[in-house]
Design a protein around this ligand. Structure first.
Ligand code: UDP
Length: 235
């Protein structure tokens, strides 16, 4: 296997499937199967899942709510998604632990780096919930930060597009996919890979990112085996 330890980032929105809101049962099980197959290769797997299918802090204003309150609502939304994913993985007999950036004592463990490392060494799939536990951040930032902390080899950003394109492929039919690109080029060309905070964390810590299509079965396993899938962002 190419990687000893990976951090997989899934967006909350991806969990909606074709729905407008919430969790699509079929999509959830599909992701759990992919993660199970990835973990079965012996690569250590950590997962960060977003909350955009339930609530995002930026929506707070539209609801007449306070932004910080909205961000905490978003963080709790990621915990709901993480719990769903944990349960789906357990249905498939995968050992998991959910570690949260916001303490929710009865539901999951608090995030403690050493504990996360120990779980990973024991072959458990570790899910990081509640982002980094602070408002004004995103789960992409949480993915970058946790990946650096646990010394993951790579951040695998599972999306519904199969990589980074010269333009938005859903809007521009002439858009071409990059198989590989440098951090510098992404910044020069102003390409949208992750938010700047998340991206800078990866860049400054020389942590490669791979953007790939998570909805295509087997992609995650292919990546772990070292095949070229999606777009690699590196130094
Ligand atoms: N959030 C936060 N701090 C974090 C992670 C998340 O405040 O460390 C909040 C933020 O409001 C965000 C929401 O949780 O909008 C859901 O996460 P995100 O938007 O990253 O989810 P995704 O877009 O991946 O579904």
């Amino acid at each position: 296997m190419k990687y000893t330890r990976i951090l997989l980032k899934l967006s909350g929105e991806a969990l909606m499937g074709n729905q407008q809101y919430g969790i699509d049962a079929e999509r959830l099980m599909q992701y759990a199967e992919e993660i199970k197959a990835a973990a079965a290769t012996g690569t250590q797997v950590a997962v960060v899942i977003g909350g955009g299918n339930i609530f995002r802090g930026v929506q707070a204003e539209a609801f007449g709510l306070d932004r910080v309150q909205g961000d905490y609502m978003g963080m709790l939304a990621t915990v709901i998604n993480s719990m769903a994913l944990q349960s789906a993985l357990e249905k498939l007999n995968v050992n998991t632990r959910l570690l949260s950036g916001v303490t929710i004592q009865r539901v999951c463990e608090p995030y403690i780096r050493r504990r996360a490392l120990r779980h990973l060494e024991k072959g458990r799939v570790v899910i990081f919930g509640a982002g980094i536990g602070s408002p004004y951040f995103t789960t992409d930032s949480a993915a970058s930060l946790r990946a650096i902390e646990i010394e993951a080899d790579v951040v695998l950003k599972g999306t519904r597009v199969d990589g980074i394109y010269t333009a938005d492929p859903e809007k521009d039919p002439t858009a071409v996919r990059y198989p590989e690109i440098t951090f510098e080029e992404v910044m020069e060309k102003n390409l949208n890979v992750m938010d700047m905070t998340a991206f800078t964390l990866c860049k400054e810590n020389n942590l490669p990112i791979i953007v790939f299509d998570m909805n295509k079965g087997g992609n995650l396993q292919r990546l772990i085996a070292g095949e070229t899938v999606g777009t690699l962002v590196k130094m």
